[in-house]
Design a protein around this ligand. Structure first.
Ligand SMILES: [Zn+2]
Length: 313
């Protein structure tokens, strides 16, 4: 967008403390695709580059500016189309996902999704840029320039991370009919601030939010199990509960059936199993049924009485 006419709103928008500042325009704005313009009340016409054309009833618009001075407008449109009905799912069309620190995610298929490396590199760069800002005199032009360079780097990291998360969530949603995840207490985890850095970097909650809306959009089902199920400690083959499994044990052998487990793959398989048990889609015996889902998003709903516990001990 051409920043000129928007100067009017500068006084509402202080740069650059928060990475993105925004305001909403609830109504009385118009969009002209041919001329490439958006007309906002009180501001007037703004030259705009549209990334696509849309039809439908325009709801509110959000005008946002990033800390590097890029302006965006996003428009909520009601296209009148109902959400697709969720498709049926079964054991072989459901994917379990375990998220962790060693890898970003481990899938019940055995595939491991690494944490993106560029993030580590960018963190180094951020540290350098941050130091440069703090060395410059407060209020100086050079400090302003250094702040802008830092903001650009932050923006790049955020874009890379979102790109990674969008690609991954789109892929798993298109390849499966249902996805099972373990609900996370991210806020509680972040109190432990040694972990906090890595947790915010890998952005599980953003990933889960993307899974949720993409499932809804494409008629898939997101199953969430509670975080109390010991998904790492139970043998996914025979159900043995290994009480003394330590966080450092990346691999373990089941003393009962002798299966060698990769900790995260085993957890991902269990998450899928627990979620399907809650849906009554699979018994402990592994007997499988296909059922039309009644509720497309059973959010962490517990049905304890229908979940026969694994053999413990
Ligand atoms: Zn076992």
């Amino acid at each position: 967008m051409d920043p000129g006419p928007i100067q009017f709103y500068r006084r509402f928008v202080t740069l650059p403390k928060n990475p993105i500042q925004s305001f909403q325009v609830p109504q009385h704005y118009t969009v002209d695709f041919e001329q490439g313009r958006v007309k906002l009340p009180k501001i007037g016409e703004i030259t705009t580059v549209f990334h696509r054309v849309f039809t439908g009833k325009m709801k509110y618009a959000t005008v946002a500016v990033t800390s590097t001075g890029k302006w965006f407008i996003s428009i909520l449109v009601d296209d009148g189309k109902p959400e697709p009905a969720p498709v049926p799912f079964a054991l072989d069309t459901t994917l379990g996902i375990d998220v962790g620190l060693a890898d970003f995610a481990t899938l019940s298929t055995g595939e491991k999704i690494e944490n993106s490396r560029y993030l580590q590199n960018s963190l180094q760069r951020l540290k350098v840029l941050q130091r440069r800002v703090s060395r410059k005199k407060k209020g100086s032009k050079n400090r302003q320039k250094a702040i802008l360079r830092l903001a650009r780097c932050h923006e790049k990291v955020a874009n890379q991370r979102n790109d990674f998360l969008h690609n991954l969530s789109f892929r798993v949603v298109s390849e499966n009919q249902a996805i099972a995840v373990e609900s996370l207490n991210v806020a509680g985890m972040q109190k432990n601030y040694k972990l906090a850095r890595s947790i915010s970097d890998v952005s599980w909650s953003t990933f889960f939010a993307m899974l949720e809306y993409k499932c809804r959009k494409y008629g898939k089902t997101l199953l969430k199990i509670g975080q109390f199920d010991p998904s790492s400690k139970i043998c996914s083959t025979c159900g043995y509960l290994k009480q003394d499994l330590a966080l450092a044990d990346r691999e373990w052998v089941c003393p009962d059936c002798g299966t060698t487990h990769d900790r995260d793959i085993n957890a991902a398989i269990n998450i899928k199993k627990f979620a399907l048990q809650e849906q009554n889609l699979v018994g402990v015996s592994g007997a499988e049924r296909t059922v039309e889902p009644v509720d497309s998003l059973p959010m962490g709903r517990r049905m304890k009485q229908e979940t026969p516990p694994f053999r413990a001990g």
